[in-house]
Design a protein. Structure first.
Length: 94
């Protein structure tokens, strides 16, 4: 899940992912397609407690570009349509 990582921090995250995954290992990413901070998804109330979980939307093309820049190979993708948008799932190999 990269939904809580801002776009400006994603390349660093991919650079760390490639270091942590064994050769020929897989990276499975889940995110919601779109751009930037999503207020509707960020604020949550549970048992009367309000939480801000900073939910960020990302463009699939940009995710693929950054993953490849870090050394990953694109493997596969699929998506799930839901009320607030489209969840994307991208799979890469190291």
């Amino acid at each position: 899940m990269i939904i809580h990582i801002q776009d400006c921090d994603l390349q660093m995250a991919f650079d760390n992912f490639i270091k942590a995954i064994k050769p020929e290992g897989l990276l499975f990413l889940a995110f919601v397609a779109g751009d930037g901070f999503c207020e509707k998804r960020s604020y949550l109330e549970v048992n009367g407690e309000k939480y801000n979980r900073n939910f960020y939307l990302h463009q699939p093309e940009r995710i693929i570009e950054m993953a490849q820049k870090s050394g990953f190979k694109y493997y596969d993708e699929w998506f799930l349509e839901e009320q607030l948008g489209q969840w994307k799932f991208l799979i890469f190999s190291s």
